[in-house]
Design a protein around this ligand. Structure first.
Ligand code: SAM
Length: 224
């Protein structure tokens, strides 16, 4: 799937892609019937991470706890977001009731019934990698000794995993949700950026984390 950004990198900033935002569902937004915790597993604040975290909060529509946040800069940035609780303690130290990890390597898909049966869904606060190396399983599912569910075979960014979890918690089936199998962001000046992640497809539109296309135009290739 290609996302074409007209007018080169500079004007990509001036002309945002109309499909960039997921519907924020402000009209009659429902709160999912299950708690959401994002267990931060990134050691420090980064702009890309904050774009995904901020979008996850907008999408979820209820309160979110960010656990295991040790970096003071990241704590401060998260505390500015609406409906967010920030803890330096990890899920193993918090009282989350019956929790289930969203883990690409899980054997079973997440269902609406799971979202009623469990008290808490746990998403890994892990930025994606070129290849899915099972970091969620290693750093979260196994360490916390929790059951796990998948959201399909494609690696989803944090905010997209939250989008999918919310849809399923509110009654959708995983197979009803459509995702790209990777995404090429093609800028008019010839630069292509390959993102090996799934982004939601809605009709003809691909929905990308707000701010990410501009961020990549300015910072692609830099170490954060
Ligand atoms: C960008 S993914 C990080 C995946 C990580 N590179 C790995 O190898 O496990 C961020 C988080 O979103 C959730 N997630 C992403 N894709 C998922 C999938 N297909 N199934 C279940 N959870 C997923 C997981 O909680 C994961 O920790």
């Amino acid at each position: 799937m290609h996302l074409l950004i007209g007018g080169g990198v500079a004007s990509a900033r001036a002309s945002p892609v109309r499909s960039q935002k997921l519907p924020n569902g402000k009209r009659g937004k429902k709160v999912p019937p299950v708690r959401l915790v994002i267990e931060n597993l990134e050691p420090k604040h980064s702009e890309w991470l904050m774009l995904e975290y901020a979008h996850a909060c907008t999408l979820w529509g209820g309160e979110i706890t960010f656990s295991n946040v040790r970096d003071p800069k990241l704590q401060r940035a998260l505390q500015k977001l609406d409906g967010v609780h920030v803890s330096s303690r990890g899920v193993r130290e918090l009282d989350i009731g019956d929790g289930v990890v969203l883990d690409p390597k899980a054997g079973k898909p997440l269902t609406t019934a799971d979202c009623k049966a469990f008290d808490t869904l746990i998403v890994g606060g892990i930025l994606g990698g070129e290849v899915m190396r099972g970091r969620t399983r290693e750093l979260l599912t196994r360490r916390a000794k929790l059951p796990a569910r998948h959201l399909g075979a494609i690696q989803l960014p944090i905010d997209v995993a939250v989008f999918a979890a919310r849809a399923i918690a509110l009654g959708a089936k995983l197979e009803d949700l459509e995702f790209t199998n990777g995404l090429t962001v093609r800028y008019a000046d010839g630069m292509d950026i390959e993102l090996p992640y799934g982004y939601p497809v809605s009709g003809e539109k691909v929905i990308v984390t707000p701010g990410l296309v501009d961020y990549l135009a300015k910072h692609w290739g830099e170490e954060e």
